[in-house]
Design a protein around this ligand. Sequence first.
Ligand code: MN3
Length: 198
Amino acid sequence: MGYTLPDLPYAYDALEPHISAKTFEFHHDKHHAAYVNNYNTMVKDAGMDDKSIEEVIKAAYNDSSKTGLFNNAAQAWNHTFFWNSMKPGGGGTPTGAVAEKINADFGSYDKFKEEFKKAAVSQFGSGWAWLVLDNGTLKVVNSPNAVNPLALGMTPLLTCDVWEHAYYLDYQNRRPDFVETFINSLINWDFVNQQMAA
Ligand code: MN3
């Protein structure tokens, strides 16, 4: 199935001063758009056009002849998920079911925050930090390049893009500052609660 580049779920400048409109103009309109375009060409060439993008991600991950298809499928999906993982005025202490689950599975919100920041900062080179459900337990994981927890049998709930293109215009080399801002000011906990309920 073809995949459509979604609009951002907020205005380009809605997350300023944390993420600039300039970053979104490149990150959404150029980077994300390119992954979606590549995916739409490659999924047809692979004869897998009848599958959902999630099915393609899972199938292509374990097929060494489909690395390019996997990378573009996962990056198309990951970026949509990342846009939805943030909102204006977000971040800070969660509410709802995920708040209780974080306390149960991590011990406290502060412990979650510490683990998420460590995962995001320690991912060497390009990749992603995730909050996932793994067999019913919340976990923080990181992944290199395009890798998506769906391919590893986990359910993604939240993600932070730690490729340099996600933060370089606004934070240059200061990835820890970007991650701290993501946690404190950007996380869309409503979206996380929706993913948990799905
Ligand atoms: Mn990116």
